[in-house]
Design a protein around this ligand. Structure first.
Ligand SMILES: [Zn+2]
Length: 180
């Protein structure tokens, strides 16, 4: 769980996902999420199903409660926690997706995070689990403490590259439950 001995810094705002930092926790255990519908970053029906099932299968067995927010809030103190988008704007060529904080709550926690994943087959259970992991503070192996290989199987869906159907590993769940 970020911050670790191998990944410090502070949680900060990034307007549109271009800075490459994925370092924040979410601001509480009640996670409200929204999936863009209509517009440039809309998730199509199969992608929406993947996100819903992934949250049920991987995150329901953790301390995080998940709520779909059909009336998302984009300003003020209680913003919708995670906004899922499909698109490729500001995703580096070596990545399938990006997660960023739009409104830091304090140095460690973010009020609203965006997850953007490429279209055309990239919205997989594994990649959506991975980016959701970043949104709640999980790290890659290289940033973990102790440091692990990027492909250590204990990282579950936080391995890079991220295989199609990987889910949270036991240590991911322990980290989440120790934090929230
Ligand atoms: Zn990642």
């Amino acid at each position: 769980m970020w911050p670790t001995l191998n990944a410090g810094g502070i949680c900060r705002d990034d307007p549109d996902g271009g800075d490459g930092l994925v370092s924040c926790q979410t601001d509480n255990a009640e996670v409200y999420y929204y999936m863009d519908s209509g517009g440039k970053y809309e998730l199509e029906s199969p992608d929406r199903t993947i996100v819903i099932n992934m949250l049920r299968d991987e995150y329901a067995p953790t301390a995080l409660a998940r709520h779909y927010d059909s009336s998302p809030v984009f300003s003020g103190d209680g913003e919708t926690d995670i906004i899922y988008q499909e698109g490729s704007t500001n995703i580096s060529s070596s990545s399938d997706g990006v997660t960023w904080c739009n409104d830091a709550y304090d140095n460690q926690r973010c009020d609203q995070q965006y997850i953007r994943i490429r279209g055309n087959g990239y919205y997989t259970p594994g990649v959506s689990c991975h980016e959701t992991g970043h949104a709640v503070g999980l790290t890659h192996g290289r940033q973990a403490s102790p440091m692990l290989s990027q492909t250590d199987s204990r990282l579950g869906c936080m391995q890079t590259p991220t295989a199609f159907g990987t889910g949270l590993g036991a240590s991911n769940r322990e980290n989440i439950n120790a934090t929230y």
